[in-house]
Ligand binder design. Structure first.
Ligand code: G3P
Length: 220
């Protein structure tokens, strides 16, 4: 039962569509009819301005970061939950991102999962987040395209989690600290598949050479 509660509560937390709500409250518009049609921070920035994009980025990241830290304790899976303990945070983190991408409130058509993954990785895989952040800014400095840089960050994160899966970290080999645990590696694989799937329209535009930079407008 605690696991069911953890999954349901994480999903519901992730499914709060901050971008959609913000656009409705601030401008009275449906963000799904604007720009790329996405409910995420990039499209809010495009449609409402960078200030509101930043607010949505922070809120979406927090809904990925806070549930995995607090929900396990609330549902009775906090502390040492025995052999399941390594799974608790990654499962909750992954489910918040799934909630963002497939929210029940919006007919399971949500965002692309980048900002929520930022927070989720902060809670479940800080090393993965570091690698992803470096890849994102390295790419963005060159091409200025958020979707492409997000996918490159995702590839870097996935590669890190797979290459360092169960590899003891050199500076703490004695306590068994690993570059990536099995739950972290599975989370990376699941998130990669889902995030690439949610970016299929971006991938089509990138192939066609029509994906705009962060500083250009975009139509559906
Ligand atoms: O945050 C999602 C980003 O990768 C792409 O968003 O609005 O440019 O499709 P968008």
């Amino acid at each position: 039962m605690p696991w069911v509660l953890l999954i349901v509560a994480s999903y519901l937390a992730g499914s709060i569509p901050f971008g959609l709500l913000m656009a409705r409250v601030v401008r009275g518009i449906d963000i799904r009819q604007e720009g790329s049609g996405n409910i995420g921070a990039t499209n809010v920035s495009r449609s409402l301005g960078k200030k509101w994009g930043l607010v949505v980025l922070v809120l979406d990241a927090l809904k990925g970061y806070l549930p995995p830290l607090f929900l396990p304790g609330i549902v009775g899976l906090g502390g040492d939950a025995g052999s399941a303990s390594a799974w608790v945070i990654p499962m909750s983190a992954m489910t918040t991102v799934i909630g963002h991408m497939f929210p029940i409130w919006l007919g399971f058509k949500g965002g692309k999962g980048i900002a929520t993954s930022l927070g989720a990785l902060g809670a479940a895989s800080p090393w993965g987040l570091l690698v992803a952040t470096i890849c994102f800014f390295g790419s963005f400095a060159i091409n200025k395209i958020v979707s492409l840089s997000s996918l490159i960050a995702l590839a870097g994160y996935l590669a890190f989690e797979l290459i360092f899966w169960q590899v003891p970290l050199a500076f703490r080999p004695s306590d068994g600290l690993q570059g990536a645990t099995t739950p972290q590696a599975i989370m990376a694989i699941v998130l990669s598949i889902l995030i690439v799937y949610r970016h299929k329209s971006n991938l089509a535009r990138l192939r066609a050479g029509t994906e705009p930079t962060f500083f250009q407008k975009k139509s559906n």
